[in-house]
Design a protein around this ligand. Sequence first.
Ligand code: ADP
Ligand code: ZN
Length: 215
Amino acid sequence: MHLVLLGAPGSGKGTYAVELKEYYGIPHISTGEIFRKEIASKSELGILANSYIEKGQLCPDDVTNEIVKKRLIEPDCVKGFILDGFPRTIPQAKFLDELLPIIGKRLEAVIDLEITDDEVIRRIVNRRSCPKCREGYNLITKKPLKDGLCDHCNEPLVQRDDDTEETVKKRLKVYYNETEPLIKYYTDSGFMLKINSEQPIDKVVKDIVIALEDR
Ligand code: ADP
Ligand code: ZN
């Protein structure tokens, strides 16, 4: 199973990817997470990535493509993968199209998570995560049991630096300019599955699994 999760920032890609990873037993590859780990370790790549991410911009295609290529040839990807947040531009999609046959893989589906801008903003400003185990929370839809603390490690939850309303609005603009054209790109190539992301998490995951099985 080789999947791409497409959708605006805050559309739930990461949340559903974690569930699908368990269900299908394939790795979840989030370019955003890879960049955040590099930023946390203050690597050269992290410093470069942060200069874009803090402004709500995308990291350069060549840098991002190289990271994905390195990740997809790791042994845990033999049975498949779930790409979350990649591709995000037409050049990235073309890069993936060229890379996959070279490494003996092909896509089964691209899942477009449909959501309105208002809901994106509402979700993102309420998004929190555990810095230790990385579990995601939402102050409205997925509250921690104890206020502000992780259910698993009791760590104080944190908000991503790029999850402010101001940066989210910039990220949405970037999404419409750079990423939305991918919907047409993948619809034309017959990969597209559209899923309503404005439903409870379990229902969305179920819809995705049913859509994949119908395939
Ligand atoms: P979200 O989907 O909520 O925007 P991500 O964690 O997927 O969050 O991405 C966070 C940031 O990392 C993006 O705003 C962008 O700057 C950078 N990034 C992630 N994936 C890519 C990509 N494929 N190409 C360029 N930049 C990326
Ligand atoms: Zn935790």
